[in-house]
Design a protein around this ligand. Structure first.
Ligand code: PEP
Ligand code: MG
Length: 560
């Protein structure tokens, strides 16, 4: 038995077969083939299919993001037709009698290295494109899409990888992947947040080697204590099965709280909402008694798709969410792309500091076609339930006014076209120090606030939430963060609007008393965290808690 430590980002115990997911091409081994002509035919057919995929991506992108950004897919098609590349592949197949996958992998590496060594910046960038088209060809040749391949085996697996991006995580097949363990990654990354929403045990920053030495072996992820067992002995297996049963018991006990109101013994009400990333999470939200959806991260729809979701596709999804929640509030955040949330068909310019770059509302305001498509879908869907729209990464009044101007145009346009719509509330995320400090002004412009403590902590402490090495400095309990939450709550209430918290801190039960005492109206957390929070609320007397805190709460947060 081998034991590895990692940081738990989602609790519970998972038992299953380990499947190591390697993204690099080195994994592709040469396989001898008898019929080189047949293999070349197979390659050509795959190339045609790849070109076809790119053409459809181009057409969609043209509609959604405009010609300039769609051009990348045209360029990729041209690269796939490139004689040098194709001759190289076919020569390898014929001269070495090997499979097309191997030939593509070698060719991709060769051309990528060649471009990477060039002096000209533009040409150097082409290395990424070559890798991209080679990856697409490989996916077609092996008959899979770019999902985490380990899930394809059919049996429940613990996925082990060097790292997983949010777009890879969001595509995991939850029915097959019972847990994941990554060598890199931080608890504050979107990948970790997704694990929480998916309610599967997960570890990041694990010391395990993500290679053949563990692949295929039985494993146990102890998401409670942050331990990964490879090839566990009988005694450990029994102990973990017992822990799993106990965990299930605990959950059962929590389920007895279903149907109870979220009110403290002295009568303070808190709304407990769920954070979701797609409509599949709605079931968990309902099962856990969510009072509504406090944060629907709409960008995950973009990340799990191979094209920018069309108005119609988005409309259907938002409508489904609105209808499923049957009159309860569903707050849908507009696209928060950028930083760690990237997807292939949505090319963004390279940025030195993506977390400080084009993300959130900045993307929407600089690419109004995408924003308008989403707003049209949201307005149409809002006729079918209690939808609200929320804008991410706000730093100024100007941005809010601009977003609202575009919204007003969409309303007019839909009315002109005689298309049915609702009139959803419009709120903003408070996740930058700038927004927190001018929250008195912002409150005049919006219907509600939701505090995103993940980014608020990152930007307040000048600390990259993705950087695992800085974890000891990532402190969401920092007095600066808590004072801002208190200030924002005060400003929201002065203007008569509600305020919620939808960052990970909302689920931190050591702060539930504080949030109640501050007067926060709503906490939005992963569905699994709702009932433990309800228990906390039912047990907290706010008046007593408040009396134990002298002076104005906002200034009582002190270092040390
Ligand atoms: C946040 O920043 O706290 C938040 C909820 O948004 P995200 O984690 O998606 O950036
Ligand atoms: Mg955020």
């Amino acid at each position: 038995m081998e034991i590895y430590k990692g940081k738990s980002v989602s609790g519970g115990i998972a038992i299953g077969k380990i499947s190591v997911w390697k993204k690099d091409r080195q994994q592709i081994k040469p396989v001898r083939i008898g019929d080189a002509d047949g293999e070349i035919e197979r390659y050509r057919a795959a190339r045609q299919e790849a070109v076809r995929q790119l053409q459809s991506l181009y057409e969609r992108a043209l509609q959604e993001v405009g010609e300039a950004d769609a051009a990348i897919f045209e360029a990729h098609q041209m690269m796939l037709e490139d004689d040098d590349y194709n001759k190289y592949v076919e020569t390898i197949v014929r001269s070495q009698n090997v499979n097309a996958e191997y030939a593509v992998s070698v060719t991709g590496d060769y051309f990528a290295r060649m471009f990477a060594a060039m002096k000209d910046d533009y040409m150097r960038e082409r290395a990424t494109d070559v890798r991209d088209i080679s990856g697409r060809l490989l996916a077609v040749l092996s008959g899979r899409d770019d999902k985490a391949a380990a899930a394809a085996s059919g049996e429940p697996v613990i996925l082990v990888a060097d790292e997983l991006s949010p777009s890879e995580t969001v595509r995991l097949d939850k029915s097959k992947v019972v847990s994941f363990v990554t060598v890199h990654g931080t608890p504050n990354s979107h990948t970790a947040i997704l694990a929480g929403t998916m309610a599967i045990p997960a570890l990041v920053g694990a010391s395990v080697p993500a290679d053949a030495s563990v692949d295929g072996k039985p494993g146990i992820v102890d998401g409670i204590n942050g331990i990964f067992y490879v090839d566990p002995d009988e005694k450990t297996l029994e102990k973990m099965k017992k822990l799993q049963r106990e965990e299930e018991e605990r959950r059962k006990l929590l389920r007895t709280l279903r149907g109870r109101e979220d009110v403290t013994p002295d009568g303070k009400r808190m709304m407990l909402y769920a954070n979701i990333g797609n409509v599949r999470d709605l079931e968990a939200a309902i099962q856990n008694d969510a009072a509504g959806i406090g944060l629907f991260r709409s960008e995950f729809l973009y990340l799990e798709s191979d094209h920018a979701p069309t108005e119609e596709e988005q409309f259907r999804i938002y409508k489904q969410a609105a209808e499923a929640m049957a009159g309860k509030k569903v707050i849908i955040r507009t696209l928060d792309m950028g930083a760690d949330k990237q997807c292939g068909y949505f090319p963004m310019e390279h940025e030195e500091n993506p977390a400080l770059g084009c993300r959130g509302i900045r993307v929407s305001l600089s690419r109004p076609e995408i924003f308008k498509t989403q707003l049209r879908a949201l307005y149409r869907a809002s006729a079918f339930g209690n939808l609200a729209i929320m804008y991410p990464m706000i730093t100024s009044v100007r941005e809010v006014r601009k977003a609202k101007e575009i919204t007003a145009l969409i309303k007019e346009e839909l009315d002109r076209q005689g298309i049915r719509r609702g009139d959803p509330q419009q709120g903003i995320m408070i996740e930058t120090p700038a927004a927190a400090i001018i929250s008195d002004e912002l409150a005049q412009e919006t219907d509600f606030f939701s505090i995103g403590t993940n980014d608020l902590t990152q930007y307040t402490l000048a600390l990259d939430r993705q950087n695992g090495k800085l974890e000891e400095f990532y402190d969401p309990h920092h007095p600066a963060v808590l004072r801002m939450i208190s200030l924002v709550t005060e400003n929201a209430h002065k203007a008569g609007i509600p305020v919620g918290i939808c960052g990970e801190l909302a689920a931190d039960r050591s702060l539930t008393g504080e949030f109640l005492a501050m007067g926060v109206d709503e906490l939005s957390v992963s569905p699994d965290s709702i009932l433990p929070l309800r228990k906390m609320i039912l047990e907290t007397n706010v008046e007593e808690y408040r009396k134990s805190r002298p002076g104005k709460l906002q200034f009582s947060y002190r270092t040390g």
